[in-house]
Design a binder for this molecule. Structure first.
Ligand SMILES: NC(=O)c1ccc[n+]([C@@H]2O[C@H](COP(=O)([O-])OP(=O)(O)OC[C@H]3O[C@@H](n4cnc5c(N)ncnc54)[C@H](OP(=O)(O)O)[C@@H]3O)[C@@H](O)[C@H]2O)c1
Length: 308
């Protein structure tokens, strides 16, 4: 089976690559080889290689900057998934794509299901929602995994920021009124693989995977289990890494100025994933331990030039 993986240097893409290699031949051109905002180049690449499956882990993820860079956010998050979907439809390939809790405004009581109405609060969320709609309307067999609060040992993310600040500062203030499931990029990769394995169970060919996706297409929520706040997440990180000695103080979102409002409730209900594929990711606290177990010592994650 031929697979195109986009965003290979990102959090999710880098976790996915080694796992996807057990399914077939993975091609993962970095930005220097294939600029995904260059639509003609993308079309030429897909028409030349005809991947059975595209796993689109690339995205424009700078939530605050997106308010000023709407065009860049929509190119990657809205137009690219639709274009990839149309290209796959053209020749008969399938697609896996990722989306976000930021398609919701966070006002619901309890966890959001896939059928709940979307109401993004900013440009990033609107661009990701447009990408979901564009891909679904493309006619390609596709699965869309909405996830939340992604972290890992690579890239810019909350965990790495806190590991650094926890050692540098005497005290830090962390928002305590947003609820969600921190989700390890490694868990997203494992969940994606488990879905692919379930789809491929009958035969090991690219065609069988495409057929499998056709029967199950749509949006699925895919997050680690449970829910917490950024404040409690930070406290748990520091418990597991006692070399992070900073005092953690809770603050409301209103004390943390930002160009775009975040949903107060980012909880995503994962029942559909369990019912359709029999898959359930581990609890967020277990995933955090698994992630940190891959980290020998906090200082080894950072180089002098590292900025998180
Ligand atoms: N991060 C979160 O908290 C979060 C939460 C919910 C959902 N999600 C979704 O989860 C998925 C994966 O996110 P992530 O956190 O892994 O993202 P990430 O770490 O920011 O990685 C994004 C990747 O996209 C690539 N990319 C961006 N523009 C490109 C372009 N023009 N050409 C080629 N490559 C380009 C980046 O390349 P470079 O390495 O060259 O920059 C990077 O490898 C996305 O769909 C995101 O919306 C993320």
């Amino acid at each position: 089976m031929k697979i195109l993986l986009t965003g290979v240097n990102g959090q999710v893409g880098s976790a996915l690559k080694p796992l996807l290699m057990s399914l077939g031949t993975v091609q993962s051109p970095p930005r220097e080889e294939l600029d995904l905002a260059d639509a003609p180049a993308v079309a030429a690449w897909v028409r030349r290689h005809r991947p059975h499956l595209i796993v689109n882990a690339a995205a424009y993820t700078a939530v605050d900057r997106a308010e000023q860079e709407q065009e860049a956010a929509f190119a990657l998050n809205a137009r690219l998934p639709e274009q990839l979907g149309r290209l796959q439809r053209e020749w008969g390939g399938a697609m896996i794509h990722y989306s976000t809790d930021y398609v919701f405004d966070g006002t619901r009581d309890g966890a959001y299901t896939e059928g709940d109405e979307t109401a993004p609060l900013g440009v990033y969320g609107r661009s990701k929602r447009a990408g979901e709609e564009g891909l679904m309307s493309s006619g390609a067999p596709s699965l869309i995994f909405r996830t939340s609060w992604v972290y890992g040992l690579h890239g810019r993310n909350f965990l790495r920021t806190m590991l650094r600040l926890g050692q540098e500062r005497a005290k830090i203030q962390v928002v305590n009124d947003q609820w969600g499931a921190p989700t390890w990029a490694g868990s997203i990769a494992q969940g994606t693989m488990a879905v692919c394995a379930a789809l491929c169970r009958s035969a090991q060919t690219g065609e069988s995977l495409v057929e499998g996706v056709s029967g199950k297409e749509g949006i699925y929520h895919l997050t680690n289990g449970g829910a917490t706040t950024w404040y409690d997440f930070t406290r748990r990180i520091f418990e597991l890494r006692p070399e992070c000695r900073a005092l953690v103080l809770p603050i409301p979102s209103s004390d943390y100025p930002s160009p775009v409002r975040r949903p107060a409730n980012s909880r995503l209900d994962n029942t559909k994933l369990k019912e359709v594929f029999g898959i359930q990711l581990s609890h967020w606290s277990v995933a955090l331990e698994d992630c940190l177990a891959e980290l020998p010592a906090v200082h080894e994650v950072f180089t002098k030039t590292d900025e998180v």
